[in-house]
Ligand binder design. Structure first.
Ligand code: ZN
Length: 275
């Protein structure tokens, strides 16, 4: 039973502000260590639950946050940020029975959600897949769903876990902090949080083995991708992409033949938006 663990950083234990997840800031190395420990807890739980093969994907910023030398030696790590499948790199190889999201955050514009954003806090105000408002958890889940893999579990603050549950069904959650604003939360001690992550991962994979896991999240194809940018100038730039339709000052629409192509189209639009 092969499991993908896709990790982001904003929802890691103890993280409450950008400085802690920004490689140029002195706080960052501390949280790389904690991120690695949160991921290791999910790895342990997944193996405890019956996983036989675990692949980890490092999905935050440059994709070099997880300390490979401290990672459980049983896993392989997808690292680096130009990867074709970015935050869920590895999924394209196929054969995954389920996916675990570690350290995720709520979508852009959410109240009481630490570092809530959708892909790019400076560029993206909102993202819809076929008119469904999603954050990175929804975008990643739809890509995983296209490869037949359900998201079994998510870790992050209470708002992230709630949003993911609304969209993806009754997945396991590990709430490692209670957010009280965009940059504040009541955080559990990492050891306590990691105990919860391990337990949740174990029951998520056990449920999967027993046929009780959520279904893969799939969107109908072709996929309509609607992006609302922060500024009209960004939409000016992004709507130069072939096939892009301008909806209004800040929104563009792209249509992709399938979900992996929709993921590429969204990433290209965010990049083209510039600024
Ligand atoms: Zn991130």
């Amino acid at each position: 039973m092969k499991i993908l663990i896709a990790a982001d950083m904003e929802g890691i234990s103890g993280v409450t502000n950008w400085d802690q997840v920004d490689p140029s800031k002195p706080e960052y190395p501390r949280f790389c260590k904690i991120m690695t420990a949160d991921v290791n807890a999910a790895v342990l739980g997944a193996f405890d639950g019956g996983a036989t093969d675990v692949v980890v994907s490092d999905g935050h910023a440059g994709g070099y946050n997880i300390l490979i030398e401290e990672l459980d030696p049983r896993v392989r790590l997808n690292s680096g940020n130009s990867a074709p499948f970015a935050m869920v790199q590895g999924i394209e190889a196929g054969g995954f029975s389920g996916v675990i999201f570690v350290g995720y955050h709520a979508r852009s514009g959410t109240e009481n959600a630490v570092l809530a954003h959708t892909w790019s806090s400076r560029r993206v105000a909102n993202l819809w897949l076929n008119d469904i408002l999603v954050g990175e958890y929804g975008l990643g889940a739809a890509v995983c769903g296209a490869f037949g893999a359900p998201v079994l579990m998510i870790t992050g603050d209470q708002t992230t876990c709630h949003q993911a549950g609304e969209l993806l069904g009754s997945l396991e959650t590990a709430i490692v902090k209670q957010s009280t604003s965009f940059s504040s939360a009541e955080c559990l001690h990492p050891e306590v949080a990691q105990g919860m992550i391990r337990e949740a991962a174990q029951s998520a994979v056990t449920d999967l083995r027993e046929g009780k896991a959520p279904q893969p999240f799939t969107v109908s194809e072709p996929v309509k991708v609607t992006v609302e940018f922060r500024l009209s100038e960004m939409a000016d730039n992004a709507c130069r992409l072939p096939g892009a339709k301008r909806l209004d000052a800040k929104r563009i629409e792209l249509t992709a033949s399938d979900m992996p192509m929709a993921y590429r189209a969204f990433r290209a639009a965010v990049q083209a938006a510039g600024w």
